[in-house]
Ligand binder design. Structure first.
Ligand code: FE2
Length: 293
Protein backbone atom coordinates (compact mmCIF):
# COMPACT_ATOMS: atom_id res chain seq x y z
CA UNK A 1 0.00 0.00 0.00
CA UNK A 2 1.22 3.50 -0.82
CA UNK A 3 2.04 6.09 1.80
CA UNK A 4 0.96 9.72 1.85
CA UNK A 5 4.00 11.74 0.70
CA UNK A 6 5.09 14.25 3.35
CA UNK A 7 7.71 16.94 2.72
CA UNK A 8 9.00 20.05 4.37
CA UNK A 9 7.56 22.94 2.36
CA UNK A 10 9.77 24.22 -0.47
CA UNK A 11 10.91 27.72 0.48
CA UNK A 12 9.62 29.41 -2.66
CA UNK A 13 6.51 27.20 -2.90
CA UNK A 14 7.52 25.56 -6.17
CA UNK A 15 7.18 21.77 -5.97
CA UNK A 16 10.34 19.86 -6.90
CA UNK A 17 10.39 17.08 -9.50
CA UNK A 18 10.39 14.47 -6.70
CA UNK A 19 7.40 16.12 -5.03
CA UNK A 20 5.50 16.28 -8.32
CA UNK A 21 6.23 12.61 -9.01
CA UNK A 22 4.88 11.67 -5.57
CA UNK A 23 1.86 13.93 -6.00
CA UNK A 24 1.00 12.35 -9.35
CA UNK A 25 1.44 8.84 -7.90
CA UNK A 26 -0.62 9.47 -4.76
CA UNK A 27 -3.05 12.21 -5.77
CA UNK A 28 -2.10 14.02 -2.57
CA UNK A 29 0.96 15.64 -0.99
CA UNK A 30 1.55 17.12 2.46
CA UNK A 31 3.82 20.18 2.71
CA UNK A 32 4.69 20.99 6.31
CA UNK A 33 5.26 24.59 7.43
CA UNK A 34 3.97 26.02 4.18
CA UNK A 35 2.39 28.93 6.06
CA UNK A 36 3.79 30.68 9.13
CA UNK A 37 1.91 30.10 12.37
CA UNK A 38 1.37 33.88 12.67
CA UNK A 39 -0.44 33.97 9.30
CA UNK A 40 -2.68 31.08 10.42
CA UNK A 41 -3.45 32.94 13.65
CA UNK A 42 -4.26 36.14 11.73
CA UNK A 43 -6.73 34.25 9.55
CA UNK A 44 -8.38 32.66 12.60
CA UNK A 45 -8.66 36.10 14.22
CA UNK A 46 -10.18 37.61 11.09
CA UNK A 47 -12.75 34.82 10.97
CA UNK A 48 -13.58 35.41 14.64
CA UNK A 49 -14.27 39.08 13.80
CA UNK A 50 -16.56 38.01 10.95
CA UNK A 51 -18.43 35.67 13.31
CA UNK A 52 -18.75 38.44 15.91
CA UNK A 53 -20.46 40.57 13.26
CA UNK A 54 -22.72 37.74 12.12
CA UNK A 55 -26.19 37.45 13.65
CA UNK A 56 -27.26 33.79 13.64
CA UNK A 57 -30.90 34.82 14.00
CA UNK A 58 -30.79 35.80 10.32
CA UNK A 59 -30.12 32.27 9.16
CA UNK A 60 -30.25 28.79 10.54
CA UNK A 61 -28.72 26.92 7.70
CA UNK A 62 -27.33 23.58 8.51
CA UNK A 63 -24.68 22.13 6.27
CA UNK A 64 -24.87 18.38 5.86
CA UNK A 65 -21.25 17.45 6.34
CA UNK A 66 -22.14 13.86 5.56
CA UNK A 67 -23.56 14.60 2.13
CA UNK A 68 -21.24 17.57 1.45
CA UNK A 69 -23.98 19.82 0.11
CA UNK A 70 -27.36 21.08 0.96
CA UNK A 71 -29.78 20.36 -1.79
CA UNK A 72 -32.71 22.65 -2.43
CA UNK A 73 -31.52 25.49 -0.23
CA UNK A 74 -31.01 28.85 -1.91
CA UNK A 75 -28.90 30.18 1.00
CA UNK A 76 -26.37 27.50 0.15
CA UNK A 77 -26.88 27.37 -3.60
CA UNK A 78 -26.39 31.14 -4.02
CA UNK A 79 -23.31 31.33 -1.80
CA UNK A 80 -20.72 30.88 -4.58
CA UNK A 81 -19.93 34.59 -4.72
CA UNK A 82 -20.78 35.50 -1.13
CA UNK A 83 -19.67 34.97 2.45
CA UNK A 84 -22.24 32.79 4.16
CA UNK A 85 -22.36 30.85 7.42
CA UNK A 86 -23.42 27.20 7.80
CA UNK A 87 -24.08 25.44 11.08
CA UNK A 88 -23.40 21.93 12.24
CA UNK A 89 -26.30 19.51 12.21
CA UNK A 90 -26.24 19.10 15.99
CA UNK A 91 -25.85 22.80 16.80
CA UNK A 92 -29.53 23.35 17.67
CA UNK A 93 -31.92 22.03 20.31
CA UNK A 94 -35.46 20.88 19.52
CA UNK A 95 -36.71 24.47 19.86
CA UNK A 96 -34.28 25.54 17.11
CA UNK A 97 -32.00 27.44 19.49
CA UNK A 98 -28.22 27.24 19.43
CA UNK A 99 -26.94 25.00 22.21
CA UNK A 100 -23.44 26.49 22.22
CA UNK A 101 -21.93 29.91 21.38
CA UNK A 102 -22.13 30.59 17.64
CA UNK A 103 -18.37 30.25 17.08
CA UNK A 104 -18.55 26.70 18.43
CA UNK A 105 -21.62 25.81 16.35
CA UNK A 106 -20.49 26.54 12.80
CA UNK A 107 -19.61 23.88 10.25
CA UNK A 108 -18.17 26.27 7.70
CA UNK A 109 -18.16 29.65 6.03
CA UNK A 110 -18.04 29.90 2.23
CA UNK A 111 -17.49 30.43 -0.61
CA UNK A 112 -15.87 33.70 -1.76
CA UNK A 113 -13.91 35.13 1.17
CA UNK A 114 -10.84 35.08 -1.05
CA UNK A 115 -12.43 37.72 -3.28
CA UNK A 116 -14.53 39.67 -0.78
CA UNK A 117 -12.37 40.01 2.31
CA UNK A 118 -8.91 41.67 2.20
CA UNK A 119 -7.38 39.42 4.87
CA UNK A 120 -8.56 36.23 3.15
CA UNK A 121 -7.55 37.67 -0.22
CA UNK A 122 -3.98 38.24 1.03
CA UNK A 123 -3.73 34.75 2.59
CA UNK A 124 -5.05 33.17 -0.63
CA UNK A 125 -2.83 35.02 -3.06
CA UNK A 126 0.72 34.78 -1.74
CA UNK A 127 3.56 34.46 -4.29
CA UNK A 128 4.46 31.18 -2.58
CA UNK A 129 1.04 29.63 -3.20
CA UNK A 130 0.99 31.03 -6.75
CA UNK A 131 4.35 29.31 -7.36
CA UNK A 132 3.04 26.00 -5.98
CA UNK A 133 -0.01 26.20 -8.24
CA UNK A 134 2.07 27.10 -11.27
CA UNK A 135 4.46 24.21 -10.60
CA UNK A 136 1.49 21.81 -10.82
CA UNK A 137 1.18 22.81 -14.48
CA UNK A 138 -1.65 25.35 -14.41
CA UNK A 139 -1.47 27.84 -17.27
CA UNK A 140 -4.10 30.31 -16.07
CA UNK A 141 -5.30 29.15 -12.66
CA UNK A 142 -8.52 30.57 -11.23
CA UNK A 143 -9.58 30.35 -7.58
CA UNK A 144 -13.05 28.86 -7.75
CA UNK A 145 -13.98 28.83 -4.08
CA UNK A 146 -12.78 29.25 -0.52
CA UNK A 147 -14.09 27.58 2.62
CA UNK A 148 -13.30 28.05 6.29
CA UNK A 149 -13.99 24.74 8.01
CA UNK A 150 -14.44 24.70 11.79
CA UNK A 151 -14.91 21.04 12.77
CA UNK A 152 -15.95 22.24 16.24
CA UNK A 153 -15.30 20.19 19.40
CA UNK A 154 -17.87 17.47 20.20
CA UNK A 155 -20.27 18.25 17.31
CA UNK A 156 -17.95 18.57 14.28
CA UNK A 157 -19.55 16.15 11.84
CA UNK A 158 -17.91 13.48 9.75
CA UNK A 159 -17.48 13.87 5.98
CA UNK A 160 -17.93 10.66 4.02
CA UNK A 161 -15.55 9.60 1.24
CA UNK A 162 -15.91 11.77 -1.86
CA UNK A 163 -14.05 13.41 -4.74
CA UNK A 164 -14.18 17.19 -4.97
CA UNK A 165 -14.50 17.11 -8.78
CA UNK A 166 -17.98 15.67 -8.16
CA UNK A 167 -19.03 19.16 -7.05
CA UNK A 168 -16.42 21.31 -8.84
CA UNK A 169 -16.45 19.76 -12.27
CA UNK A 170 -14.78 21.16 -15.37
CA UNK A 171 -14.22 19.72 -18.86
CA UNK A 172 -11.53 18.52 -18.90
CA UNK A 173 -11.30 18.04 -15.14
CA UNK A 174 -8.92 20.60 -13.65
CA UNK A 175 -9.84 20.96 -9.98
CA UNK A 176 -7.14 20.81 -7.30
CA UNK A 177 -7.77 21.31 -3.59
CA UNK A 178 -5.45 23.28 -1.28
CA UNK A 179 -6.16 22.57 2.37
CA UNK A 180 -4.41 24.64 5.05
CA UNK A 181 -4.28 23.47 8.67
CA UNK A 182 -5.02 26.58 10.76
CA UNK A 183 -4.83 24.41 13.88
CA UNK A 184 -3.29 21.00 14.49
CA UNK A 185 -5.43 18.31 12.83
CA UNK A 186 -5.20 14.90 14.52
CA UNK A 187 -7.07 11.62 14.39
CA UNK A 188 -8.84 12.72 17.60
CA UNK A 189 -10.23 15.98 16.23
CA UNK A 190 -11.15 14.77 12.75
CA UNK A 191 -8.15 15.09 10.44
CA UNK A 192 -8.40 14.27 6.76
CA UNK A 193 -7.97 10.73 5.43
CA UNK A 194 -6.93 9.84 1.89
CA UNK A 195 -6.66 6.68 -0.19
CA UNK A 196 -3.31 7.24 -1.92
CA UNK A 197 -3.33 6.34 -5.61
CA UNK A 198 -7.12 6.11 -5.79
CA UNK A 199 -7.32 9.38 -7.76
CA UNK A 200 -6.58 7.16 -10.77
CA UNK A 201 -10.04 5.64 -10.43
CA UNK A 202 -12.92 7.19 -12.39
CA UNK A 203 -15.03 10.08 -11.19
CA UNK A 204 -17.68 8.14 -9.26
CA UNK A 205 -20.37 10.78 -8.83
CA UNK A 206 -21.32 14.01 -10.52
CA UNK A 207 -23.55 16.72 -9.11
CA UNK A 208 -25.26 18.88 -11.72
CA UNK A 209 -28.33 21.08 -11.90
CA UNK A 210 -31.09 19.37 -13.85
CA UNK A 211 -33.49 21.06 -16.29
CA UNK A 212 -36.01 21.69 -13.47
CA UNK A 213 -33.37 23.61 -11.50
CA UNK A 214 -32.71 21.01 -8.82
CA UNK A 215 -29.23 19.76 -7.96
CA UNK A 216 -28.96 16.05 -8.67
CA UNK A 217 -26.17 13.70 -7.64
CA UNK A 218 -25.67 11.04 -10.31
CA UNK A 219 -23.64 7.87 -9.78
CA UNK A 220 -21.22 7.36 -12.67
CA UNK A 221 -19.39 4.36 -11.21
CA UNK A 222 -20.91 2.32 -8.38
CA UNK A 223 -17.68 0.55 -7.38
CA UNK A 224 -17.22 1.24 -3.66
CA UNK A 225 -14.12 2.97 -2.30
CA UNK A 226 -11.52 0.76 -0.70
CA UNK A 227 -12.21 2.22 2.72
CA UNK A 228 -9.80 -0.22 4.35
CA UNK A 229 -7.00 1.63 2.52
CA UNK A 230 -7.71 5.09 3.88
CA UNK A 231 -4.80 6.71 5.70
CA UNK A 232 -5.16 9.35 8.39
CA UNK A 233 -3.34 12.51 7.37
CA UNK A 234 -2.48 14.41 10.51
CA UNK A 235 -1.29 17.96 9.93
CA UNK A 236 0.31 20.53 12.19
CA UNK A 237 -0.69 24.19 12.03
CA UNK A 238 0.72 25.77 8.86
CA UNK A 239 0.70 22.54 6.84
CA UNK A 240 -0.66 22.64 3.29
CA UNK A 241 -2.24 19.50 1.84
CA UNK A 242 -2.61 19.57 -1.95
CA UNK A 243 -4.93 17.00 -3.49
CA UNK A 244 -6.21 16.11 -6.93
CA UNK A 245 -9.89 16.80 -7.63
CA UNK A 246 -10.32 13.06 -8.07
CA UNK A 247 -8.50 12.09 -4.86
CA UNK A 248 -11.01 10.36 -2.56
CA UNK A 249 -10.93 11.74 0.97
CA UNK A 250 -12.95 11.84 4.14
CA UNK A 251 -12.73 13.07 7.71
CA UNK A 252 -14.08 11.66 10.92
CA UNK A 253 -16.24 13.47 13.47
CA UNK A 254 -14.58 15.63 16.08
CA UNK A 255 -15.38 14.00 19.39
CA UNK A 256 -12.50 15.76 21.17
CA UNK A 257 -12.35 19.00 23.16
CA UNK A 258 -10.20 20.72 20.49
CA UNK A 259 -11.43 22.53 17.39
CA UNK A 260 -9.86 21.75 14.03
CA UNK A 261 -9.98 24.89 11.93
CA UNK A 262 -8.88 24.62 8.31
CA UNK A 263 -9.04 26.83 5.23
CA UNK A 264 -9.43 25.44 1.74
CA UNK A 265 -9.12 26.82 -1.76
CA UNK A 266 -10.07 25.07 -4.97
CA UNK A 267 -8.35 26.00 -8.19
CA UNK A 268 -9.41 25.29 -11.77
CA UNK A 269 -7.87 25.99 -15.18
CA UNK A 270 -9.32 29.00 -16.97
CA UNK A 271 -9.23 27.23 -20.33
CA UNK A 272 -11.41 24.37 -19.07
CA UNK A 273 -15.12 24.55 -19.68
CA UNK A 274 -17.07 25.43 -16.51
CA UNK A 275 -20.60 24.00 -16.88
CA UNK A 276 -23.64 26.18 -16.19
CA UNK A 277 -25.07 23.09 -14.45
CA UNK A 278 -22.50 23.22 -11.62
CA UNK A 279 -23.94 24.28 -8.25
CA UNK A 280 -21.35 27.04 -7.77
CA UNK A 281 -22.00 30.00 -10.02
CA UNK A 282 -20.53 33.48 -9.87
CA UNK A 283 -22.26 36.69 -10.85
CA UNK A 284 -20.78 38.71 -13.70
CA UNK A 285 -19.95 41.42 -11.12
CA UNK A 286 -17.47 39.14 -9.38
CA UNK A 287 -15.61 37.09 -11.97
CA UNK A 288 -13.16 34.44 -10.81
CA UNK A 289 -9.56 35.59 -10.48
CA UNK A 290 -6.20 33.92 -10.34
CA UNK A 291 -3.31 34.73 -8.04
CA UNK A 292 -2.54 38.32 -9.03
CA UNK A 293 -3.87 41.16 -6.93
FE1 FE2 B 1 -13.71 17.47 -0.09
Amino acid sequence: MQKIPIYQSPEDGRLTAAMLADFHASGVIVLEDFVAAAACRALRERMQQMIDEFDPAEVKHVFSAVEQTQLGDSYFEESGDKIRFFFEQHAFNERGELIRPKQLSLNKVGHAMHDLDPVFDAFSRTPKLAAAVQSLGYLEPLILQSMYIFKPPHIGGEVICHQDSTYLYTEPESCTGFWFALEDATTENGCMHFIPGAHKEPLKKLQQRSADGKLVLTTLDATPWKNSETLATEAKTGTLVIFDGRAPHLSGPNLSDKSRHAYTLHVIEKGSHYPAENWLQRSADLPMRGFTH
